[in-house]
Write a protein that binds this ligand. Sequence first.
Ligand SMILES: O=C(O)C1=C[C@@H](OP(=O)(O)O)[C@@H](O)[C@H](O)C1
Ligand SMILES: C=C(OP(=O)(O)O)C(=O)O
Length: 422
Amino acid sequence: MHSVTNAIPTGTIASIPAKAHAHRALICAALANSPSTILLSRTSKDIDATMDSLRGLGAHVIYKNNIVTVTPGPVPAKGNVVPHESGTTLRLLLPVAASICNDVDVDAKGRLPDRPLEPMLGEMKAHGVTFSQDKPPFTMTGRLQGGNFSMVGDVSSQFFSGLLLAAPQIGLSTITSTTPLQSSDYVTLTTETMRDFGVEVEHTLPDANINEAFTVPFGASFIGRDNYQIEGDWSNAAIWMVAAGMTGKPITITGMNKNSVQADRRIMQVMIDAGCDVAWDGMNVTVTGRASKPIHVDLEQMPDMLPVMAALACSISGESSFIKGARLRLKESDRLVAVANLVRDLGGTVREDGDDLYIIGSGILKGGQGDCVNDHRLVMAGTLMALISENPVTLKDSEAITKSYPDFFEDWNLLGGNAQPL
Ligand SMILES: O=C(O)C1=C[C@@H](OP(=O)(O)O)[C@@H](O)[C@H](O)C1
Ligand SMILES: C=C(OP(=O)(O)O)C(=O)O
């Protein structure tokens, strides 16, 4: 539990490494033909889950002095995948593990066992793998076979990323999306990282007659990389950008890539649409000016941004809209319900309509107790909401922040904010 006051953070903060990019680079490195070193200035529970799981599949993974050394190792007779609460770790590593190991124990924690897996298990079963039951904990038996995979595009893009990362180990594989692919930037991040590690993926764009498809050619294999740099994390940079927009006090985030393919880089445009200024100086990005115009966002391609954008919307007078949020119900919490409850609990006004959310901002909240329902992105949102609250905000389950940003409250206080553990 934390208590957060409306003390305003401002100044310059270093970005943290992108969790999504780190997962992918670690996996490519563990599958490569030679050792890699990966530059990673900080870690988190989710990144640790991927490192632990790769160890469970035989790789030697040592994290020391901000460098991860990954030495591919012999695959054990019995593999062990331990994603904890990380959906990305689980969904990327299921097909990867089955592409190298015949017998794998898989566990999961928190809400993860109940997040959707069926489309992936169905395709894996059709390609040679059996499961002791349909949700973790389970044992996977049999080696994944290459060929043609079909996948729905509107449950999780992580199914595509996982099958793509498994493909080089199983021969020619084509993965076709049977419905329009949502969160597609995350698949692009996968193919870009695979390219960095020596595997080129062919991408067929959809048209009226053809579904979107990805093909990994026969004979492709990952090669190790030295001093591979993980990009700054846009999902977490968004917290600071929103804080600046809510208060009008500038914040600069260092070490960011303007041309990143990370889905949440889209927060830049949201801030501009809200009336803020977003300025670049090399790899540093600064947000200035107070957000003043309601925002209207389609959540299909940036699902993780709703919680922090909801805080921004509370600070802007008028109605902001967030539409097409169905898949937000499938995350660490039902994020549509959890965000609506948080806004209401802190004294804001929100309207739910199916999978759309409307926030009627007034620039001010009352504060009080908010429940983060063990969801790290709700912790970020609740902390931001404290900035416009008349009374301190008490955040239940604030420890959930360690999933992606363990030093978040230290960084918040470093910039002049005031968050104290209770
Ligand atoms: O592949 C990834 O790294 C992720 C993909 C997205 O999930 P979906 O594709 O399920 O939307 C995103 O919400 C998640 O936080 C991370
Ligand atoms: C949904 C998230 O992660 P994952 O799906 O990997 O659990 C997230 O980081 O917001």
